[in-house]
Ligand binder design. Sequence first.
Ligand code: IZC
Ligand code: ZN
Length: 417
Amino acid sequence: MFADIIITNASSIATCKDSQEGAGIIEKGYVAVKDGIILEVKAGSPAEELIGSSTVIIDAVGKTVTPGLVDAHTHLVHGGSREKELALKLKGVPYLDILKMGGGILSTVKNTRSATKEQLKAKAAKSLKEMLLNGTTTVEAKSGYGLDFDTEIKCLEAAQELNAEQPVDIVSTYMGAHAIPEEFKGNAQGYMNFMFEKVMPYVADKKLAEFVDVFCEEGVFSPEEARLIMQKAKDLGFKLKIHADEIVPLQGAEVAAEMGAVSADHLLAASDKGIEDMARTGVTAVALPGTSFYLMLGKYAQARKMLDAGVRVAIATDYNPGTSPTESLQTVMAFACFGMRLTPEEIIKAMTLNAAYAVNRQNEIGSIEKGKKADLVVFDAPNIDYVVYHYGINHVDTVIKNGNIVVRNRQLYKEEK
Ligand code: IZC
Ligand code: ZN
C-alpha cells in the first residue's frame, strides 16, 4: 500500500504513546500517513512498497516530529483585551479584587456582549491561525464571557462554526459558571436557576458543548454550588471540568474526584488529599503555568508531586484576555520547565496524549501510533529538549492535520478542513 505522506529522516520522533516510558522517543525514523490516519511509525527508512508516485515525502533531517499539540484549556471566544489591567496588577492589586471592582472577567463580559458573532469569530479565527502556526491541532474552547442566554449561545455557535471553517478541531465547553453577572449580583442561586432552566437544557439539546466547567473560587462559586452545577450538567449528559484550587484552597480537587470530572484545572492550591483523590479516580490534572507566571503568584501547581502520586498531568495555555494572553503552547513549555521543573519529555506528553485525555479524545489523537488520526507537528529542532531549551520562539516548520498538510515552511499551506 502506498502512503499519502511520509515524513522521513526525522532526528527524533516523540510518539507520546501511553505504554512507553517518557515520551516514547524513536531516534532516526519515519512516519507514514494514509487516508488521514497514521499507518506506520518506525526507526530506519520506509520500505519501497510504501512509496508511490503520488506519495508526498517530507524530509525531516535534523528535525523532531511530535503529535499535533492539544491545548486542553482555553477561553478562545471573547471580545476585547485587558492590557489596561497591567498597571493595577503591577501596583499589586490582586486578581480577585479587580474582579470585585467590576473589572476582570466582568469587563470582558461587557466587550463580549457588545460584539457581534461575526466580530467574535474574526478575533477567534486570528487566534486559531496563531495556534495552528504554533503546532496546536486541537483546542478546547470555553464560553463564559457572555453569561446571559444570547451571548453564551452566540459564543458557542461561533466556536461551532469556526470548527467547521478552519483546520483546528475545537472541543466546546459551556462555562456559564465563570462569574456571577451584574444582573444577578448577590443572587448566585438565582443565576444558577437561570442556567439550569434556560441555558443548559438548550446547550444540551442543540449539542453546542460536550463539557460543562465551573469556576470554583472564593467570591465566585463555592464548592457546594459547584457540586450542584456539576450534578445538573451530568444529568443533562455533559462531561465535567472544574477550575479548582486556583488561588484559594477550597478542596476543588476533591470535588472533581467526587463528581467524576474528566479534568480539574489550575490546582495551585490543591491539597494532598485532593491529589490522592484525583489519582484514585482518574481525574486528569490540567496545569496552567503560563497563568501562574502572568498572575505573578510566585508559585506553580505541584505537577511533580501529582505525577509521583500517579495523576495524569496535562499542560495548557489557559488562553484568555485576563490571566493568560497567549495562544502559544511553546511559550508555556518554558514555564512548565523552568517554573514547574518538568522535563521536556514530560512536557510534550502533557501537551499531547495527556491533554487528549483531558478533552476525552485519547482514543483518536495525542500520540503517534498506527490507527490514530494523522495530526503531526515537525519542529525545526533536533530533539524535544531543544524546543524547550531555546525558548521564546516558534520552532514549528510543518503541521499535518487529519492527514492534510496545513503548515509548511512556517507558513499556512492550505486553509480548508
Ligand atoms: O478572564 O480572568 N481564571 N477565569 C478563571 C479566568 C481566570 C479568565 C479571566
Ligand atoms: Zn480558565
